[in-house]
Design a protein around this ligand. Structure first.
Ligand code: NMX
Ligand code: MLT
Length: 437
């Protein structure tokens, strides 16, 4: 089997050539107009970023190097004894555009497990934080502080050539990915099970297998499989989403991968982005409490209108790009459909029933361009069923996952020598002046 480094050594020169040709032969080609609505409307729809690993289609949803979630479920290796995609095979695909063999996947799992323990100073840092500090804040702090050992930063200080950046970026990225489970699990232990011993990283387990084990649910095969799927399919969602875009921007300054991803995590921690999965559970639990035993389509409809009339958004619904139900939502729902115990769970049932009502209500409300569920509408209820009930923690799991895509692009941005991001901004007066010209 080849290592992921060896495969990248082959792929990088090809991509560098592709970029060179794009710049020299098509540098002046027009991809769209920049309108005032883009400048004042969160740049929605503006094609202005290079992102290699995935592209989001409004109707079909995400494709990773052209592969849909269903395609990935067919071709990407699972864990021994499992069926779901694992983080390592998804990472391999994202980084190289190729499907790893079983042996390559196991080799990557082994490498990550070998790098998985946290340095002592990080353990001390995380252990010193108050348990009332939001787990996402803690995760970002731990990730940023891991840059103490950044090989990229050390190499930059030594004065390496630009053509060598990506190799150090890759080492840091693999190191960060390897340590995320231990960091995220330690935060969980400190907040919710203080004093409970934490297992060591098991060299024979895959990344998510180890994560679930360190969270304390290692004997739950179904939860482990769910989290494998969850973490693989949340891994990348093209470049424009707030966490990816943030980490891309920060990385473009040549801040190391740890700092770049820490910045991305703090974008993920906003309720309109990744924190929505925490908000969905809170909102669905409130709905359950308020509606009591008799939950009908009609009563859900009333609850939805109450949320909307109070000026709040319906969490887990709507999207900046998607105009159809999110295939990630559908994949997580399918996971439930194959397990009778999940289908009988009241909160899983409530999420399903809400989906039967919410699109029509949101259409009637008439504001959101996409009345359908995004991934966050589904992701929390299964965790809740399996006993991971602390929904303030849910976005941390998303944060472990999104590192796959953000760090992949970090490596590619350095391999392609992309410049510092610096778009032109305008004041409203300056816009008016331009329009009059
Ligand atoms: N409930 C109520 N109103 C909504 C919703 C919703 N779920 N989604 C959009 N709107 C409103 C939105 O607030 C805006 O109102 P206004 O004109 O008063 O500012 C209007 O509809 C138009 O917004 P869109 O263009 O449809 O949505 P936009 O691209 O600006 O935002 C989201 C996308 C995802 C931020 C937005 O749909 C939302 O706030 N959804 C709820 C939060 C959520 O689920 N976020 C998770 C996204 C996925 N993720 O993991 O990151
Ligand atoms: C994501 O996974 O990043 C979300 O769906 C948000 C987005 O794509 O804008």
């Amino acid at each position: 089997p080849q290592t992921v480094r060896e495969v990248l050594e082959e792929v990088v020169p090809k991509k560098q050539l592709q970029l060179k040709q794009l710049k020299t032969e098509h540098g002046q080609a027009v991809l769209g107009d920049v309108k005032v609505e883009h400048v004042v409307g969160g740049m929605r729809g503006l094609k202005a970023m290079l992102w290699e690993a995935s592209v989001l289609d409004p109707i079909e949803g995400i494709r990773f190097h052209g592969l849909s979630i269903a395609d990935c479920q067919k071709v990407l290796p699972a864990a021994p004894g499992g069926k779901e995609i694992i983080a390592e095979s998804m990472l391999w695909l994202l980084l190289t555009g190729k499907i790893p063999t079983e042996a390559e996947t196991r080799q990557l799992s082994r490498e990550l497990a070998e790098k998985g323990e946290l340095p002592e100073y990080i353990e001390k840092l995380v252990d010193s934080l108050p348990s009332t500090l939001h787990p996402m804040t803690q995760l970002g702090m731990g990730v940023a502080a891991l840059n103490h050992d950044s090989k990229f930063q050390q190499a930059y200080e030594r004065g390496i050539k630009k053509s060598e950046y990506w190799t150090y970026a890759l080492e840091d990225s693999l190191d960060l990915l390897a340590k995320l489970p231990a960091l995220a699990a330690r935060i969980y232990r400190n907040i919710y099970n203080p004093g409970k011993p934490l297992p060591k990283v098991n060299k024979d387990l895959d990344l998510v297998g180890n994560y679930v084990n360190m969270l304390g649910y290692g004997d739950n095969h179904d939860l482990t499989e769910y989290l494998r799927l969850y973490i693989a399919i949340h891994g990348d969602h093209e470049g424009g989403n707030a966490s990816a875009h943030t980490s891309h921007l920060v990385g473009s300054t040549l801040a190391d991968p740890y700092l770049a991803y820490a910045a991305g995590l703090y974008a993920l921690a906003g309720p309109l982005h990744g924190l929505a999965n925490q908000e969905v559970l809170r909102w669905q639990m409130n709905m359950q409490k308020e509606l009591g035993g008799n939950i009908t389509h009609e009563s859900i409809k009333e609850f939805l209108w109450k949320t909307l009339k109070s000026g709040q958004v319906v969490p887990g619904y709507g999207h900046g790009v998607l105009r159809n139900p999110d295939p990630r939502f559908m994949a997580l729902q399918q996971f439930c459909d194959t397990r009778p115990e999940l289908l009988e769970d009241p909160i899983v049932q409530l999420v399903k029933k809400t989906y039967e009502v919410a699109p029509a209500v949101l259409k009637e409300h008439g504001k959101t361009k996409n009345p359908y569920p995004n991934v966050d509408a589904a992701s929390g209820c299964v965790l809740y069923h399996y006993g991971l009930t602390q929904f303030k923690y849910y976005t941390v799991i998303f944060g472990v996952s999104r590192a796959l895509g953000c760090l992949t692009q970090y490596v590619w941005s350095r391999a392609l020598g992309l410049p510092i991001e610096r778009p032109k901004s305008l004041s409203m007066d300056a816009i008016e002046k331009l329009i009059k010209q």
